[in-house]
Ligand binder design. Structure first.
Ligand SMILES: Cc1ncc(COP(=O)(O)O)c(C=O)c1O
Length: 360
């Protein structure tokens, strides 16, 4: 039958009319940039996360760069970042003038730990980017206990929870991406920065509008990086459903476990205290290529997202050339994302596991 890697359409079907009405409301309003929809979505997102403020920006990559600059990161500074992540987590650092310093991950959770971060700290470290990879929740408080501010990269973790609260409210600041396939995805590009530091939020607002807070005086070289009204209005329709979809993702993960996938491959492990809303369901297998071939033959979606870790990407050569990260290399070679969505059924899970069993 085949199973898609993810399904962004089905969860939206029941919301068609509401989405159409929200889009028309904006089209008819005459207000398209930084109007009432963005302001309302910012309040709703902040409340959802448990942060004091949210600031809408153009995408999750600029959210990172802008948040780092608002945290005071600049030329001469170092920012610790995992290499096993989407490229943008590290790509966002050089535009601030700072240097990426790559750290390793915990091979079970795919997230950074206080130990892997500590190994990368120097007197020049200004911040750590803790990526909540695949929807897991990195141990932010334990990393901040090392005495360094943490920027959460929560692009993949909307809807996840941890004992300490939700991604978005765990570090000094956090960033989100609303890329369409994300747990909270819009209908184009979008992003946000959340924080409970009012001064930091104000610096983000200034940076997203050309480095000006009054549109008259330009104090910094900033960005033209705004979430637009249309996307904000659509996201306001989706946000109340995020927890329900997160539950569907957790249920799908539980189905994989119940179907015996853990006997055939290494399953993703939640960080202690975390309840991940799995954005990607990533398993480990020593012969990932064999698994890929079997899944492809059965029409089952799969993707090795980060076969070449970020520190070995050509553009990162200046900062990644002599870095050795054994857990990252192992994860890069063995990981494979298999189907995950809020509407993945038990029957679909069993079909996937059957194919993995046949290839094992
Ligand atoms: C971990 C991570 N960080 C940053 C980003 C960048 O977000 P965007 O594509 O909205 O720029 C993404 C997703 O694309 C991501 O998965």
């Amino acid at each position: 039958m085949g199973v898609p890697l993810f399904d962004t359409r089905s969860p939206l079907e029941p919301l068609r009319e509401e989405l159409h009405a929200a889009a028309l409301r904006v089209l008819d309003s005459g207000s398209y940039i930084l109007g009432p929809e963005v302001a309302a979505f910012e309040e709703e997102l902040a409340a959802y996360c448990g942060a004091a403020q949210a600031v809408g920006v153009a995408n999750g990559t600029e959210a990172l760069t802008i948040a780092l600059r608002a945290m005071g990161v600049g030329p001469g500074d170092e920012v610790v970042v995992p290499s096993f992540t989407f490229y943008a987590s590290a790509e966002a650092i050089p535009p601030t003038g700072a240097t990426p310093v790559f750290c390793d991950i915990d091979p079970a959770t795919y997230c950074v730990t206080p130990e892997t971060v500590r190994a990368a700290l120097t007197p020049r470290t200004k911040a750590v980017i803790a990526v909540h990879l695949f929807g897991n929740v990195a141990p932010v408080a334990e990393i901040e206990a090392l005495g360094v501010p943490v920027l959460e990269d929560a692009a993949q973790a909307a809807g996840s929870r941890s004992a300490a609260g939700r991604p978005g409210a765990l570090g000094t600041a956090a960033t989100f991406s609303f890329f369409p396939s994300k747990n909270l995805g819009c209908f184009g590009d979008g992003g946000a920065v959340t924080t409970s530091d009012a001064a930091l939020a104000e610096r983000v607002r200034t940076l997203r509008f050309h480095g000006s807070h009054d549109k008259v005086t330009y104090e910094q070289v900033g960005y033209n990086s705004r979430l637009d009204e249309l996307q904000a209005a659509l996201l306001r329709v989706l946000l109340p459903h995020l927890d329900g979809w997160a539950g569907g993702r957790r249920a799908a993960g539980a189905h994989y476990e119940q179907a015996g996938l853990g006997e055939l491959a290494t399953l993703p492990v939640p960080v202690p205290g975390a309840e991940p809303a799995w954005h990607l369901y990533v398993i480990g297998h020593p012969d990932a290529a064999r698994l890929e071939a079997a899944l492809a033959a059965a029409g089952i979606g799969h993707k090795p997202y980060y076969r070449t870790p970020v520190h070995r990407q050509p553009a990162m050569r200046p900062w990644g050339a002599n870095v050795e990260l054994p857990a990252t290399e192992h994860a890069a070679a063995t990981h494979l994302a298999i189907p995950m969505s809020p509407v993945l059924t038990r029957a679909q899970v069993e079909e996937v596991v059957g194919v993995v069993r046949g290839a094992s």
